[in-house]
Design a protein around this ligand. Structure first.
Ligand code: F6R
Length: 253
């Protein structure tokens, strides 16, 4: 695991965008795993900017998103499909059919999860996966207690996650937040060839410390990343503030 700490989150996101951009350059038909939520927004803005400046060609890109709320149709404004279109895909030259997001309104959600796994395999696997982390240590919607070998499936959201997502950023009221989601599994995520995890702010500091320095345990899903051969954390100083080891990087100035 490589830990990179930056003075602010904008710098962390720019460095993450630079890494993504370099990887895209190395392979035109790149397969990129994406996340939703607040964390990757600056990264996405940076990638859009690179696309506008003509510096990146996304036409051969394939993407897979980590998760989607069960019961929300793709056109629902709180769905992750809607989020991704608005915050990234509408602004890139990537053909929409090359962007894969689980359909929260699928009549057979289990079958949709199996199809999603199949599509990843047919694309020859995910080259790089972008992750955020929940303050309880979840990655995608793999809540504490999720099996390390879990695959894409229907999951229950924890009370912590429902509360975190109803603080006005996405949903205004916790009663609006679906209690279940479709989520890539931890086993699926661990098969991706490279992982970057971004975390911002002191609310994530405990989760980051436990993921990086704690025991590898299903109680802290992100701790499994210690076993990934190519995983980099991009953190601002607040998110890194509980790391006990001295981890100042090139970028923390
Ligand atoms: C979203 C996802 C989640 C978020 C996490 C952090 O696709 O997989 O694991 O990354 O809940 O959310 P934010 O970024 O809103 O703090």
């Amino acid at each position: 695991m490589e830990i990179r700490v930056f003075s602010d989150f904008k710098s962390a996101s720019e460095a993450a965008a630079e890494l993504v951009s370099q990887r895209l350059q190395s392979k035109p038909n790149f397969v990129l795993g994406l996340a939703t939520g607040e964390t990757p927004l600056l990264l996405y803005r940076n990638l859009i900017e690179r696309c506008r400046r003509g510096k990146r060609d996304f036409s051969q890109l394939t993407t897979f998103n980590l998760d989607e709320y069960l019961g929300l149709a793709p056109i629902h404004p709180q769905s992750y499909r809607f989020f991704m279109n608005r915050n990234l895909f509408d602004h890139l030259d990537v053909p929409r059919e090359q962007t894969h997001i689980l359909d929260g309104s699928a009549s057979d959600p289990q079958a949709a999860c199996a199809d999603f796994e199949k599509a990843i395999v047919e694309s020859s696997g995910i080259d790089l996966q972008v992750l955020g982390v929940g303050s309880n240590g979840h990655i995608a919607f793999n809540e504490p207690g999720s099996a390390f070998d879990s695959r894409t499936r229907v999951v229950d959201l924890s009370d912590d996650t429902i509360r975190a997502n109803s603080d006005g950023r996405f949903f205004k009221d916790h009663r609006e937040v679906p209690h279940q989601a479709l989520s890539m599994g931890l086993g699926t995520i661990m098969e991706t060839r490279e992982i970057i995890l971004l975390a911002k702010g002191k609310l994530k500091a405990d989760a980051v410390q436990r993921a990086v320095e704690g025991p590898v345990t299903e109680n802290v899903p992100a701790s499994i990343l210690q076993r990934h051969p190519q995983c980099t954390f991009f953190l601002d100083e607040e998110a890194a503030s509980k790391l006990t080891k001295q981890m100042l990087s090139d970028s923390s100035h």
